[in-house]
Design a protein around this ligand. Structure first.
Ligand code: FAD
Length: 539
């Protein structure tokens, strides 16, 4: 196949015009063009309001050799695209079926591949199936009544289900895991365009059904999936895993499961499980992450700034990504930007409050929101144990809960700069899932963090005019940006207890839906390379 890069067309081009451009670039007649695959589509707004799409395509033509021989265009070459490489299957017989703890992207994709390869995995999830979970989350946002096991962080699909479902990642991908993850999402109902658009996203309304379909495939391939099952303990002997204790979070009953291979894909908010793992002597360490606020602006303002015009029908709600190195040595950056989205109360513990963001697939909300966060490191945390970062998060979230009287504390940027509580809104109406209270968000943070957030927003205002408007809305606290803990794993991806595989964001090896799913595939490959599929006759 031949790859063509930098194919530039006006945003309202037709498919026929793309084909024509391909043929003109390769100097071939249209009849010689057998097929083409779009590998990348990105928006070029450098000459806004004139907007263009830049394409990378792989092309199948009848006269490939001749065309390449005559070719002088540096954007034309042989394609290096290759499909995902399945792992070689190992030899060691399995005594027990592999158990995966957590049905977030990491656990789900790990189970998906192990089931596809015939290992009949058992997937345990402390939360509820997607439909029940959606009801629990809506109820929380309406009444403030939190279900500590079925909420924005816990349940089928993991933390990413109530999100914007942005799928871009910076993780290097030598074996095609990124593409494989996107292909599996498309196979289970995600829009085809995620395979090639520069900033792919699914949206919560679509994601809920995609995770259900993935679950059904795991079961169809011989896996089993259990909800409201929380792993509350692990047992070891001679540094080897022996089994785990599972509590039914509905009935309260407990059972013990013999286990030889367990994947810990528990996410960044499983603090009670982190405490159990620390107590059981698992090697863990505190990890740097970031904290801050979520900021809201009118989406129209962001569209104008990014496109130089209104977005009309043909353009998606505009996004932005901003960073600033601050004089105090810290850096501030925007994170998990949700165009046309909502700020959500993303809490998972009673009396503690954390926010995050989400959008629906159409991103049609009136506001744009994003986290504005500042990096924090172990030296910022109280104490120095592996869970000191968790303690740092909890302290911020406890203050946020108090400041908002159980609802999301909200403040205008001008009041944030004056460190005084807001009493009225300006031109922007908060778009928040879960109630909110006008309050003083700045006082939630240690002084240096509060200063860094203000300096960051002022720096962003110089890059995106209007970003630092006095009536921009800030809500707090954004504290679950990534895991505050890393669970140490060796080159076989096992912990200091053999048979236990730390995986995904909670273990400190991923940040985001796609990279967590890729880490799930990576751990599944490691297990498959070691063991041969579980065979009933080998009891
Ligand atoms: C509101 C929100 C919006 C987000 N938006 C995006 C986005 O747009 N794009 C993006 O890339 N990332 C986004 N993220 C981050 C993304 O969701 C995570 O990076 C990703 O889900 C991590 O995947 P994971 O599988 O490692 O962990 P998780 O998704 O956190 O899944 C862990 C699962 O383990 C379960 N579990 C925990 N403890 C136990 C136990 N003891 N027993 C049994 N089960 C247990 C939990 O219930 C949970 O379902 C968002 C996160 C949130 C909260």
């Amino acid at each position: 196949m031949i790859r063509i890069r930098q194919l530039k067309l006006h945003i309202d081009h037709t498919e026929a015009e793309l084909k024509k451009k391909i043929c003109r670039t390769l100097r071939i007649r249209e009849a010689a063009l057998l097929s083409y695959n779009i590998r990348r589509q990105s928006l070029d707004a450098r000459r806004k309001p004139e907007l263009f799409y830049i394409y990378t395509v792989d092309v199948l033509i009848s006269s490939e050799k001749q065309v390449l021989k005559k070719n002088r265009d540096k954007n034309v070459s042989l394609s290096d695209w290759k499909p995902y490489e399945y792992p070689q299957i190992g030899e060691i017989p399995m005594r027990h079926r592999p158990i995966i703890v957590g049905s977030g992207p990491a656990g789900m994709f790990c189970a998906y591949l192990l089931a596809e390869l015939g290992y009949r995995p058992i997937l345990l999830e402390r939360g509820m199936p997607a439909k029940q979970r959606a009801a629990d989350v809506e109820n929380f946002w309406k009444t403030g009544i939190l279900n500590p096991n079925s909420n924005v962080q816990f349940g089928e699909g993991g933390a990413g289900t109530f999100s914007d479902g942005k799928l871009n990642t910076l993780v290097k991908d030598p074996v095609g895991r990124n593409q494989k993850v996107l292909e599996i999402f498309v196979e289970h109902g995600a829009p085809e365009e995620i395979l090639y658009v520069n900033k792919p996203h699914i949206g919560t309304d679509v994601l809920v059904n995609v995770v259900k379909s993935i679950r059904q495939r795991i079961i169809a391939n011989g896996g089993e999936v259990y909800f409201h099952r929380q792993v509350t303990d692990l047992s070891f002997s001679d540094q080897k895993l022996q089994g785990l204790t599972v509590r039914d979070t509905v009935s309260g009953t407990e059972e013990f499961l013999d286990a030889q291979t367990v994947v810990l894909a528990i996410g960044h908010s499983a603090r009670d499980t982190f405490e159990m793992l620390d107590y059981r002597g698992l090697n863990m360490e505190p990890k740097a992450f970031a904290v801050g606020v979520r900021i809201e602006h009118s989406q129209k303002m962001i569209d104008k700034s990014q496109y130089g015009r209104n977005r009309g029908q043909e353009l998606p709600a505009a996004a932005y990504k901003l960073t600033a190195s601050l004089d105090n040595g810290r850096s501030a950056y925007t994170f998990c930007m949700c165009p046309g989205g909502y700020v959500v109360n993303a809490s998972s513990e009673m009396g503690l409050l954390a926010v995050n963001g989400m959008s629906y697939h159409d991103r049609a909300g009136t506001n744009a929101n994003s986290a504005v966060i500042v990096t924090v490191r172990p030296e910022d945390y109280p104490g120095d144990g592996p869970l000191s970062g968790v303690a740092f998060q909890r302290a911020l979230e406890r203050k946020a809960y108090a400041a908002g009287a159980g609802k999301v504390p909200v403040q205008l940027f001008e009041d944030f700069c004056n460190n005084k509580a807001s009493t009225e809104l300006g031109s922007i109406q908060p778009q928040i899932k879960g109630g909110y209270t006008l309050s003083n968000v700045r006082e939630l943070f240690p002084e240096e963090i509060g200063n860094s957030i203000e300096l960051g927003i002022r720096a962003f205002d110089r890059k995106l005019a209007g970003y630092g408007a006095g009536d921009a809305i800030l809500s707090g606290v954004e504290s679950r940006t990534s895991s505050p803990v890393r669970i140490i794993r060796d080159e076989t991806l096992q912990s200091n207890f053999s048979g236990l595989y730390p995986c995904g964001e909670g273990a400190g090896y991923a940040g985001g839906i796609t990279s967590a799913a890729m880490d799930g595939l990576k751990v599944a490959e490691a297990i498959a390379k070691r063991y041969r599929p579980f065979d009933k006759t080998e009891k």
